[in-house]
Design a protein around this ligand. Structure first.
Ligand code: COA
Length: 266
């Protein structure tokens, strides 16, 4: 694995494995809590990832053995007034949106505590893999606040409103096995294999037509916000758009000629 040199982040490690970028939130002394500076760096990293054609997939994880991201930085939240609190919420939502709308696959490798903003960061990723020691939750109500980085919106869309409300209203912790059972994470793997599994999944996705992958991400993430009829129109529009690509013709031709497709992202 090579570590990229620029830009230098104070709270993130960014490593490149071929076309796969691995972003590790790196504040181990605070269990990778998201202070404002870290949020800004995650947003910057997400936007650079989206804009760089050499980067095909992003994995989001936490540095250290114990924590993915332990939440928003409570020390910063403690001093906020109403206007600033709303701004912090909008900022966290913007960062999550930047991941969700990157147009390329973003995979969360949840390697420990994923509470509050950490859980919300994982919810904004397209796929979530978790280690056996992962524990997720939205404990904000226990602090007298509420989820503010998209948790009240994305969790019910993922696990259904009944389960989401029970988790958010109780503030309880959801261990990896339950998270997998209710669809909060896609799959649980042994801790030492988590990153490898995430990279393997990213590489599997990257073998597919990149324009088709982007179209699917748009159809699903945007479609989830639309009534079914509009979502179906969106799907047809993107299906038609792909037919204008060289990649679609290459993919179908390669199948008929019994060879591997050579996708060129055009
Ligand atoms: N914000 C700021 N600091 C945090 C933090 C957060 N979300 N989560 C952990 N930390 C800090 C702790 O204050 C502690 O700092 P200190 O050593 O300077 O006192 C350090 O990280 C280690 O945490 P600690 O609580 O000692 O570790 P633990 O293993 O006993 O417990 C947790 C781990 C995750 C269960 C516990 O830290 C916790 O409940 N954190 C808050 C989770 C949360 O409510 N998140 C939502 C915020 S909106």
């Amino acid at each position: 694995m090579t570590t990229t040199t620029a830009p230098a982040y104070r709270n993130l490690l960014v490593e490149q494995r071929g076309a796969v970028t691995v972003l590790s939130v790196n504040r181990p002394d605070k269990l990778n809590a998201l202070n404002r500076e870290t949020l800004g760096e995650v947003e910057d990293c997400a936007r650079r990832f989206a804009a760089d054609p050499a980067r095909g997939a992003l994995i989001v994880t936490g540095a250290g053995e114990k924590s993915f991201v332990s939440g928003a930085d409570i020390a910063e939240l403690a001093v906020l007034g109403p206007r600033e609190a709303e701004e912090v919420s909008r900022c966290g939502q913007r960062v999550c949106d930047a991941l969700e709308r990157a147009g390329k696959p973003v995979i969360a490798a949840v390697n420990g505590y994923a509470f509050g903003g950490g859980c919300e960061l994982a919810l904004a990723c397209h796929v979530r893999l978790a280690s056996e020691n992962a524990v997720l939750g939205l404990p904000e109500v226990s602090l007298g606040i509420m989820p503010g980085y998209g948790g009240t919106q994305r969790l019910p869309r993922l696990v259904g409103p009944g389960r989401a409300l029970e988790i958010i209203l109780s503030g309880r912790r959801v261990k990896a096995d339950e998270a997998e059972r209710i669809g909060l994470v896609n799959r649980v793997v042994p801790r030492e294999q988590l990153l490898e599994e995430a990279v393997k999944l990213a590489e599997t996705i990257l073998k597919n037509g990149p324009l088709a992958v982007s179209a699917v991400l748009e159809a699903v993430t945007r479609g989830m916000q639309l009534p079914l009829d509009d979502g179906l129109r969106l799907e047809s529009g993107l299906f038609g758009l792909l037919a204008a690509s060289e990649d679609m013709h290459e993919g179908l031709k390669a199948f008929l000629e019994k060879r591997t497709a050579d996708f060129r992202r055009r």
